[in-house]
Design a protein around this ligand. Sequence first.
Ligand code: NAD
Length: 467
Amino acid sequence: MLRILAERPDGPGVYGVAATLALKVPAVRLSFCIRAPADQGELRMSNPPLPEEMNVYQNAEARFEVAAQKIGLEQGLYRYLKYPSKEITLYIPVGMDNGQLEVFTGYRVLHSTVRGPGKGGIRYAPDVSLDEVRALATWMTWKCAVVNIPFGGAKGGIICNPQKMSKGELERMTRRYTAELANWLGPEKDVPAPDVGTNEQTMAWVMDTYSMHTGQATTAVVTGKPIELGGSRGRKEATGRGIMMCCDKALAKLGMKRDGCRVVVQGFGNVGSMAAMLMHEAGYKIVGLSDIAGGLYNEKGFDVPKVIDWVYTQKKSLQDFPPGGTKLSSRDVLFQPCEIVIPAAIENQITEKNASQVQAKILCEGANGPTTWQADAIIDKKGIFTVPDILGNAGGVTVSYFEWVQDRQGFFWRESEVNERLHDFMDHAFDEVVRYAELHNVNNRIAAYMLAIDRVASALRLRGIYA
Ligand code: NAD
């Protein structure tokens, strides 16, 4: 197992935010060092330590520990699956519009390629960290295994504030990041997609840069692309649609009805706005919405297409949407009266401090890692039915898989075909997770991890270890 860490020529320091390149900072270049995990030889823990609540990687590890124990995973496979297979740190020089040269820190972590090429988004945000990217890469391995698609797990990110950068700056940063990673990416190696702060345009730049390096148009190197460049119909809505499918299944499981069922959604980006829109169209009542600037709650329900127009076409603040409602913080929307709560923004939103305030009967996670390990126990105790992130938001990667298949076969499907196939994958995954939960008497989150680890471990046993 390799870990590839880039070092600046002047040492391994990570510059938390983009540093202005001055003469005293040496020229930026990549060098790689290879080392084994520091804790090589570690045994599976019988009493894993409590994770630091806000450390997403430790939260992911804690769930992995419990699930690995429950399925009786062998020590060797435990060691193998616990660590990412590669971690790459990049220092990305970008000429800014003001004439200055900035250097941004970026990462790409490949957790596993046991079941297929790495798959996972690229995130642009000021608080990206290696631990966060590691956690997200690990979750991708488990997520792809839960929905049983032939991918491993990967994730990338750059520490930057995309809201404060021009389109030209974003394009130059994306192209340089892709160029530095060109040898590691590829349809059979590692296939990125959008995540927080990136979109279809970002993927188009990645595809073009990679294609220029390989000398051939390679659409299957990324998913979440514009339709004109080999994107899939239904990809934009896919994560939200998958969330709705899980909510439909959860309602059926609990003997509840969809009509009039109150839903609150935190996050009004790709995932949150699409989930809210599709669920509104399907008869759910969306009573709470929020984005980074704040939230709104209204028992009468929101006309979601109008909110989308207000926010995205008219570029107005979500909280000012008429006829309005009770103004809340973006997090407090999660604790309002409703049947279904959908965190679809960022990590660590439902914590030990606030989990007792969740009033919903169903928690369906759209974001990755919105609920901490400590909060899980409180949510369980309240009897809330949880659809964990690695199932709830897996609709996105499932349609990314369809996009990759379509690009490789050069034949594109109707939207109804995409949605129908998505339905099959999501329904099957949901049923499998619930079956594991009931069979092993664990909650849905641990069940999803058990199912995923089981599948990855089986593939690993068949492949064996290349020496
Ligand atoms: P996005 O950038 O399109 O939207 C993020 C939304 O969250 C925005 O409305 C933003 O205002 C809000 N937000 C950001 N920071 C916040 C904060 N501190 N508090 C409250 N709200 C905040 O991102 P997205 O693609 O919708 O992704 C949202 C989540 O879903 C992430 O956790 C992502 O990893 C996960 N996810 C996304 C996809 C996908 O297909 N895009 C697939 C699976 C999982």
